[in-house]
Design a protein. Structure first.
Length: 145
């Protein structure tokens, strides 16, 4: 596939998540509620998560932000739901490397998040892409304390 076709495929995946977000909303009686904003624009996300043992049994997000931040939140919730906490943190690390344009491990199923790898060419948007992931990491660390 040529670079341009791949680019337009990735764009479609991003717009699909933005227009039809997965796991949008707020969980009733969630174990964890994390509010986070992107200081550069003020956009915000609220992430609610339930953990059962070491597993993310459910997760939802809501918020206001650009297409990159909201699509990334949708992809992140889709990817980590049902995974154990260690895998969720590993995926977050992989995503962080990818989004900075660094080499990353690809021995885990990365779902749709690879569609965001082009963001690495736009450093100002990296905070948009990582907003939901930082919220997820913060929630897990809060739970571990
Ligand atoms: Fe605000 Fe992207 S411009 S999160």
């Amino acid at each position: 596939m040529s670079f341009n076709n791949l680019d337009s495929l990735y764009r479609q995946v991003i717009m699909d998540h933005y227009k039809k977000p997965r796991n949008k909303g707020v969980l009733d009686n969630s174990d964890l509620t994390i509010d986070m904003n992107n200081p550069t624009c003020g956009d915000r996300i609220r992430l609610t998560m339930n953990l059962e043992g070491d597993k993310v049994s459910d997760v939802k997000f809501e918020g206001e932000g650009c297409s990159i931040s909201m699509a990334s939140a949708s992809m992140m919730t889709q990817l980590i739901k049902g995974k154990d906490v260690e895998t969720a943190l590993k995926l977050s690390h992989i995503f962080s490397e990818m989004i900075q344009g660094n080499d990353y491990e690809d021995n885990l199923d990365l779902g749709d998040i690879e569609a965001l790898q082009g963001v690495s060419q736009f450093p100002a948007r990296i905070k948009c892409a990582t907003l939901a992931w930082k919220a997820m990491e913060k929630g897990i660390h809060q739970h571990e304390e």
